[in-house]
Design a protein around this ligand. Structure first.
Ligand code: EPU
Length: 335
């Protein structure tokens, strides 16, 4: 019988640094432990934790918290142009990116320094600087919580979208991702340099994937707070999609409003711009604050409670709704 820790704080396990307690806690280091624990404790409520970088805890948890900490990267297929690697869910995402850079495998260099674990990455289809996880994702293995059997889920079944997948929609709470297969490129790499700051930096030469990752790291470090120093969860909201007619109306009042192309008759607008316009950037609300360099990032100034961060998020949502008639959707999971 595996022994659970009891009544421990989850503060070290969430990047917001929120101090909530879990009744029971267990660190999963072997995939078989996950199935055994869940089948032997069917009556116990449980929650799954990866890197804890997309979660806002607002209350204690009266059940079992399972931290996925399985490790391993295995080369499972190779041809002259690509490799397929299977990565265990508990690997740290950035460590995996560094492993790819060390082996000169391309595809994830724009996703350097994103906090979190490999197993959590497909859930919200992590993305940054013109690349989304879907571009390298091949398949994943899960523990199906209906059958308690291992399942292989292919990319076409995942319904990847902007910060979304089936693991965030109809399969939420029904599958636990245990490993992910990625298809990566051997040189020559197909670089993605469409993001403004990368395009400008590499206007005169074609960089290596290591140089792209270094540039991405610089940009992230200049705008985004390091969660080890200032608790945060990256972008708190998704960038909203609005209709072209709504955009035109807003543009009359706010000629500077930026936009990015989206589907059909929609446009994506940067939530950070909306929040910034309302004067929230850099402001503190008790122990919660809006980051001074990126208005989309909420931070824990010290001993913030999850409810304080949530209250600030709701205040921002209400103000954005009132002034711009836009509903901001949270990217972070509130528990
Ligand atoms: N802006 C402001 N004020 C700010 C920050 C940004 O007005 O304080 C405006 C500017 O017009 C800027 C635009 O917003 O050009 C976009 O800003 P940025 O390039 O920093 O990106 P973002 O849309 O705010 C998204 C992702 C980030 C990702 C970056 C880069 C979402 C929800 N967020 O942010 O992802 O790193 O693009 O690709 O899509 C995350 O998901 O946790 C995350 C950090």
């Amino acid at each position: 019988m595996l022994k659970f820790k009891e009544n421990i704080s989850l503060k070290p396990y969430n990047t917001f640094g929120i101090d909530v307690q879990t009744k029971y806690f267990f660190k999963i280091t072997k995939a078989t432990e996950l199935k055994n624990i869940l089948t032997q404790n069917k009556e116990l409520p449980f929650q799954i934790l990866g890197g804890g970088s997309n979660i806002l805890f607002t209350k204690n948890f009266e059940g079992l918290t399972l931290l996925i900490d399985t490790k391993g990267i295995e080369l499972i297929a190779e041809n002259t142009e690509t490799v397929v690697v299977e990565v265990q869910a508990g690997e740290n995402w950035h460590d995996f990116v560094c492993w790819c850079l060390d082996h000169d495998y391309g595809g994830v260099e724009n996703l350097a320094l994103i906090p979190g674990s490999v197993g959590a990455a497909p859930i919200q289809n992590i993305g940054a600087y013109g690349v989304e996880l879907t571009s390298v994702f091949k398949s994943c293995k899960t523990l199906d919580l209906n059958t308690f059997e291992e399942k292989k889920i292919l990319k076409k079944e995942c319904e990847f979208d902007y910060r979304s997948s089936i693991f965030k929609t109809h399969q939420k709470g029904k599958q636990i991702i245990t490993s992910v297969c990625f298809e990566l490129q051997k040189p020559p790499h197909r670089l993605k340099l469409s993001y403004g700051a990368l395009k400008a930096k590499f206007a005169d030469f074609s960089p290596s994937i290591q140089q792209v990752a270094a540039a991405v790291t610089d940009i992230r470090e200049s705008k985004l707070p390091n969660p080890k120093i200032l608790g945060n969860s990256g972008s708190f909201f998704k960038n909203p999609l609005i209709s072209k007619s709504h955009y035109e109306k807003l543009k009359n009042k706010h000629p500077e409003l930026p936009s990015y192309p989206a589907l059909a008759d929609q446009l994506k607008v940067p939530a950070a711009w909306l929040i910034d316009q309302l004067g929230f950037k850099g402001t503190a609300h008790g122990n919660a604050a809006v980051h001074e360099k990126q208005a989309l990032v909420l931070v824990n100034l010290g001993n913030a409670k999850g409810s304080e961060i949530l209250a600030l998020a709701q205040k921002i949502q209400a103000e954005v709704k009132k002034v711009f008639a836009i509903t901001l959707e949270m990217e972070v999971n509130v528990l």
